[in-house]
Design a protein around this ligand. Sequence first.
Ligand code: 3PG
Length: 211
Amino acid sequence: MSDAQSGLGQILATTPVIPVIVLDDADLALPLAHALLRGGLRVLEVTLRTPAALAALRTMRQLADAIVGAGTVLNPEQYDEAVGAGAQFVVAPGLTGALAAAAARSRVPLLPGTATASEVMRARDAGFHVMKLFPAEAVGGVATLKAFASVFADVRFCPTGGITAETAPDYLALRNVACVGGSWMTPADAVTARDWNRIEQLAARACALRR
Ligand code: 3PG
């Protein structure tokens, strides 16, 4: 495992939950990140799904307390853009050969997405031992992770997709789960309304979901 990849395990070990952030307005990046930090969540994932994403990522990187990654990275070009904007880790919904090669030559680690045993095997062969399970609920969630635990003893997961404050504890109780990801701490209506208190409270509840 590369130094960059082992650094990823350390990042994920610092938090029970990674908020998955979709932002249309980069001007909201700073107050949103502040609210999440006040709630106790330090590891943040900004998805590259909107034109504002790279600017939002760059802005959040000004906060010394935050560890900011880029999500929804689909190809090496986006990997490079994310690193250029200051991403400290990169998250992909799956894994391609091109992305694995980009990760191998980067100092910034990749959290690749997997959904099946064969995908876990391919990611493992490519040197990854920490993976996202995506979309977690749709591919069997807790039951799938329990089955993977007995066959992939050296792999840990960050399940993401369809997880809620109510279901997160079931995931966090599994020994092969490093942390979970989700968007429930940053509901679109709260972001639009600039309801930072609500987001801080949701973050604090998520932060209290200790392993
Ligand atoms: C995503 O890709 O948006 C993440 O998996 C978050 O999923 P969620 O909105 O179901 O939490």
